[in-house]
Design a protein around this ligand. Sequence first.
Ligand SMILES: C[S@@+](CC[C@H](N)C(=O)[O-])C[C@H]1O[C@@H](n2cnc3c(N)ncnc32)[C@H](O)[C@@H]1O
Ligand SMILES: [Zn+2]
Ligand SMILES: [Zn+2]
Length: 299
Amino acid sequence: MLFDTIINYCDSEYSNKINCGNNCNNKGFCNSDCLSCLNQIHYKNLSGRTNYGCKNLVNFYTCRHLNQYCSEIEYLLENNSQFYIPEIDKYNILSIGCGPCPDLMAFEFMRQKLKPINYYGIDINKYWEPIHGKIKEYSQKIKNFNVQFEYKDVNALNNFIKQTDINIFVLQYFFSFFYIHGNPKDVSPFMDKLIEYLSISFKKNKSIFIIINDTNTNNLGRDIYPSMLIEEIGKIFKGTYREYYFDHKLKNDRQKVGTKHIDYILRHSPFGITKRYKYCNNIDGCKSYQMIIELTGLK
Ligand SMILES: C[S@@+](CC[C@H](N)C(=O)[O-])C[C@H]1O[C@@H](n2cnc3c(N)ncnc32)[C@H](O)[C@@H]1O
Ligand SMILES: [Zn+2]
Ligand SMILES: [Zn+2]
């Protein structure tokens, strides 16, 4: 499966890494393990890094988070049988800020009868390109599996995609990143653009899904962006939405939004114990907040 191919690739690249030293284009180097580099990005740290700006870091990110993020989407798909019904005859997925594509891997695990997957990943960061290259290489050997990638800032361009037949939009750990590192003035234009694409895609599909999977905390935009999107969408479309959470390491009741998933156990065990400790220390279950929106008609 794609998941194993990518995990093995990133593990091997990271295990043979050459320390970045002064060549690392971010503040701080990758001389020891990249967990500290990653924490600078994932927790607001003004003197730290603001993107996954080196090869070591993207490989480490993938080894650390792929299993967790992919598992989270698998639970969501399992709980939403709409994804298996005949009306959706193919998965045309647009992943915004796709990174190493854990959402794509979840769809591969969950698809039935080899339903076609056409995946368009957009990311501003070209450091993902070698991983995307491996994904492309893999896709060529698998039936009904097509991938395309573009390196663009979704806030800077008028047209962020050429495709007009998307039926699944994914925003996976995008809003939290945006909240920490983005410019608040870009939020409304981004939502407008997204709605425009939803409208274009709606002409070609009977229903459209938007999947949000993100950090379950009120401090990183979860309490702002999903509801803002619902409000904007509600002006134009008819539809429904559901929210989910995982009952794992919750710190307060505000994290219990929507329906509790029946389990939070990670779906895969890619590494032996030593490597699991090296990469995934403290990552022992699914933890995200999720929203799935289904658009069914125009108002
Ligand atoms: C936390 S990562 C999530 C990656 C992936 N979706 C996942 O679940 O692993 C956020 C991603 O959004 C990308 N990103 C941030 N701002 C962006 C923008 N304005 N346009 C395109 N991609 C962006 C980053 O480069 C990064 O890869
Ligand atoms: Zn580095
Ligand atoms: Zn590093």
